[in-house]
Design a protein around this ligand. Structure first.
Ligand code: ARG
Ligand code: ZN
Length: 466
């Protein structure tokens, strides 16, 4: 969530690059015979992800020197070929690759922009499970996104804020970097003593030797690469288990501790409240990483452990944790469906306010609907915002949430919350598309809703009727 709702670079419309990208992607992921593809087929980010294989597991062993900002990495990927492969790509931007193996044999590789192109010694059969190791090092740099924000490995004064949405995973590990591919992860991160490295999932322990501390983390539930983190800083750590058996790990930059404390204290009750509305919490671990990274400008729903660039307010905590259901457990198959993440997480904020003594969702809706036709809120429809520059704008967040509110009014509360729970249950750990959500809403409510969604998700300009 943006700390400010200002739309940056709203004027830079990526229409032309998107059209070109659409042409490039039109061939689809598996169209190139026995070579994998350089992208997952997403016109918003044509080079993100790769076709031809799926990654089941990433084993990332990292060592970061906070003083020199040098990263040493070794990635072990366990993957499955979706087709015969004589060659395949990984996403990796910057950094120097020193060795690649496939099934223990040295493989040849070359770099081409953000693609690491790997040619194994022997072709991989369709369906074959294979193991890739990549040794690499260098000074990671964040990637600048089409909207002018940055993501990926963002160095801070005492470590790194590591947030990969939409395309930053490749700045710190070789990835099949599109949410269409979800995987389990193991992290082993070594940092100078006194620093803490925080990744996703369960905390497995740490060991200090020779002035360095190694932290181990494991996320067993499927995770999109953009939701992975290995953030580093001088954090204060707090651990406990909630009544529901969720293991909480909070890491807080001391400069943010005083402001963060009252909000973080609410995490168990927020998760319990969200579980009542959205269905059981999808993961075993939870928590927060509150960094002091003032130049970042946003928070990210890193799986099991959202990342905040400063002490969050309660609404932001509600938002990022709602993403654990909407975006993390149920993931996008294409970036154009981003409202399934941001519209839902924003609506969770409205619902929280409504049920905790604040304004009703109708009131929030009304004040947005009152905005004039020329307002940035109506600049483009949220169902297919039109390119990577428009993923995180008001039409996606606020009009996306308005769409859910209009749905709620049309079907009534009972069916509305049934739809939300059926969505998270039916797609848990996997993916969902807008078309599937619309079908589910129609099936659950027994109503024709195509017109409603057409108006609110796909029709340009301010909808005529609220
Ligand atoms: N998904 C995040 C949130 O709304 C926002 C990420 C923004 N990323 C970016 N590169 N600007 O919680
Ligand atoms: Zn969000």
């Amino acid at each position: 969530r943006r700390r400010t709702t200002v739309l940056r670079r709203e004027a830079v419309l990526a229409t032309v690059p998107v059209a070109v990208a659409a042409l490039l992607a039109a061939a689809g992921p598996a169209a190139a015979g026995t070579t994998g593809t350089s992208g997952a087929g997403d016109p918003y980010f044509p080079l993100s992800g790769n076709g031809g294989y799926h990654v089941a597991h990433y084993g990332l062993t990292l060592r970061y020197d906070t003083a020199t900002r040098h990263l040493d990495g070794k990635a072990v990927l366990t993957a499955r070929a979706a087709q015969r492969l004589t060659r395949f790509d990984l996403d990796l931007k910057g950094l120097k690759v020193t060795a690649v193996t496939v099934d223990r044999a040295a493989a040849s590789f070359r770099r081409s922009g953000q693609e690491l192109v790997v040619t194994p010694r022997h072709a991989l059969r369709a369906g074959h499970r294979f193991r890739v190791t990549v040794a690499y090092h260098g000074t990671p740099k964040p990637v600048t996104d089409p909207d002018g924000s940055t993501d990926g490995w963002i160095a801070t004064d005492d470590g790194a804020f590591v947030a990969g949405e939409p395309q930053g995973a490749m700045t710190w590990f070789p990835a099949n970097g599109h949410p269409a591919d979800k995987s389990a992860y193991d992290f082993t991160v070594t940092v100078p003593r006194g620093h803490t490295a925080v990744a996703n999932g369960a905390y497995l322990g740490r060991r200090t030797a020779h002035g360095r501390t190694t932290f181990r983390w494991r996320e067993t539930r499927p995770m999109a690469a953009y939701l992975a983190t290995a953030s580093i800083g001088r954090f204060e750590v707090e651990r406990y288990t909630t009544r529901d058996g969720i293991q909480v790990y909070n890491a807080v930059d001391p400069r943010e501790a005083r402001a963060a404390a009252p909000v973080l204290k609410k995490l168990p009750s927020v998760l319990a409240w969200e579980s009542r509305l959205f269905g059981p919490y999808p993961f075993r671990a939870a928590g927060s990483l509150v960094d002091h990274a003032p130049r970042v400008g946003y928070a990210l729903e890193t799986q099991t452990r959202p990342l905040y660039d400063s002490a969050p307010d309660l609404s932001t905590l509600v938002h990022e944790n709602a993403h654990q259901w909407f975006g993390d457990s149920v993931s996008l198959t294409a970036w154009k469906d981003i409202w399934l993440n941001e519209g839902f997480a924003t609506y969770a904020e409205w619902l929280y306010t409504e049920q905790h003594g604040g304004a009703g969702a109708q009131k929030t809706f009304d004040s947005l609907y009152a905005r004039p036709a020329g307002d940035a809120l109506w600049a483009y429809p949220p169902g297919d915002p039109g390119g990577g520059a428009r993923l995180f704008g008001a039409p996606v967040y606020a009009r996306g949430a308005m769409t859910l509110h209009v749905l709620r009014r049309a079907v009534g509360d009972r069916d509305f919350f049934r739809i939300l729970r059926a969505w998270t249950a039916g797609h848990r750990g996997g993916h969902g598309t807008t078309a599937q959500f619309v079908r589910l809403a129609e099936r659950t409510s027994g109503r024709h809703l195509a017109g409603l969604f057409r108006t609110w998700l796909y029709t340009k300009g301010k909808p005529h009727r609220a």
